[in-house]
Structures are given as C-alpha cells and as structure tokens.
Design a protein. Structure first.
Length: 226
C-alpha cells in the first residue's frame, strides 16, 4: 500500500497481547507517552512494552486501560486538571474516550512490513491527498470509518478502531510533539483483520485515481471558461 499510495512514512503494526512472544526485545528506557513508541517503530525497531512503560502519560494509560500504580494515581487527575484549566478539553469529554477492553500484558510495536505477529492495529501516516486514497480503498473493500475525525487524544484511535474497522485521527498537539508528525499529516488506523482486504484494493484505487486525474484535467481544460 505504501508504494501504491506513495506514502512517505513507514506504517506501523501494534498488537496487544497477554504476554510477550519469544524473540522480541523488551523496550529499555523511558518515553513521555505511549504514542512516542509509534515514532520508534516507524524508525524501524521491533519491540514490546509492559504497562509500566506507559505510566508517564496519564491520558494514554487511560485509553490503554492501564491503571496507574497507587503512588502515581493522582497524576491522572493532575493532568486532566491542567488540560481543563487551559481550556483544552472539558471534563465531561473524558468518559467518552474509547478505551481498550482490558489491560494488555504487553504492547508489541513494529514496522508493518516486519511485524513478527499479526497486528491488532495498523497505523498509517500521510498527507490528506495520500490518505484519501487509503480511505477509498477501504470503502471499496467494504470497510469505512464510522465516526468523524478523531482528535484529542490521538491514542484513542487505537481502541476505537478495534470496533470501527477504520478510524481517522487529525492528531493532538502532544502526539505531534512526541512523534514529529507534520502539520500537514494525519493518521488512519486500520484493524488488523481488515488489512488484507484493503491492501487488495490499493492498486485498483491508485490506478483509478491516475485515470480520473487525466479525465478531470481534460474537463477543466475544455469546460472552464474563466
């Protein structure tokens, strides 16, 4: 799909498991957020995290259904207090954020082309014109986004896609800082079991768009009078 749609960034695979499969390295170090691991996987690394690796982001821990330990539990309320205090969100929005149905034992991250396990979510990054082709392929495959663009927090796209099949996220400011996402880029998340059907339609949609571009250029040339 990357070649057919000329995506410049590597898509990543994310899998939620009870335990780590053999042969996958555990992440070592610290990161400020769960979505920071997306950046690392897109750079080519395959690894897994445990719940404690996600504690630094209270909101990400919430969407991943990872309870903070007792000594850090207050960070959730502190983070929400700060975000509501600067008028970034309203407290009543929080219960509507999608969450994983259960706490994962591990989260496995990898470049999509190198993933050692079947992904629960495939995450694509690109500019709107490129991402629109991916969405057209999903629609042709019979899977399309059932919700409007998701915004803050970006990480809620992962649990959302497990029930939606396809989810689109315009990303939040934290994610853009932690992942180096460009101002002209956004995300499409695809549930793992939908991926093959959508990939089968990729070249068909890419070719159709090339033909339609020529068709519409001709119409503009022939019919625009201003």
């Amino acid at each position: 799909m990357c070649e057919a749609f000329a995506l410049q960034r590597r898509p990543i695979a994310i899998a939620f498991r009870d335990s780590a499969p053999a042969g996958i390295a555990k992440f070592s170090g610290t990161e400020p957020s769960g979505c920071s691991f997306w950046r690392i996987a897109a750079q080519g690394r395959t690894f897994y995290t445990v719940p404690g690796d996600h504690y630094n982001c209270a909101i990400g821990s919430y969407t991943h259904n990872i309870p903070l330990p007792e000594e850090r539990a207050s960070e959730h309320d502190q983070t929400l207090s700060f975000m509501t205090g600067v008028h970034y969100l309203k407290m009543e929005e929080v219960p509507r954020f999608p969450r994983l149905p259960k706490t994962p034992g591990v989260v496995i991250y990898a470049p999509l082309g190198d993933t050692p396990v079947d992904p629960d979510v495939a995450l694509f990054i690109g500019r709107p014109a490129r991402i629109s082709l991916l969405l057209e392929a999903a629609a042709r495959a019979g899977t399309s986004a059932q919700t409007p663009f998701l915004g803050r927090p970006t990480c809620m796209a992962l649990p959302a896609v497990l029930t939606q099949g396809v989810a689109i996220s315009s990303a939040c400011i934290g994610n853009r800082v932690y992942t180096d996402l460009g101002e002209d880029e956004l995300y499409v998340a695809i549930r793992g079991d939908e991926l093959a059907r959508i990939a089968d339609e990729a070249q068909t949609i890419a070719t159709a768009n090339l033909k339609l571009a020529d068709y519409h250029r001709g119409r503009r040339r022939d019919l625009a009078s201003e």
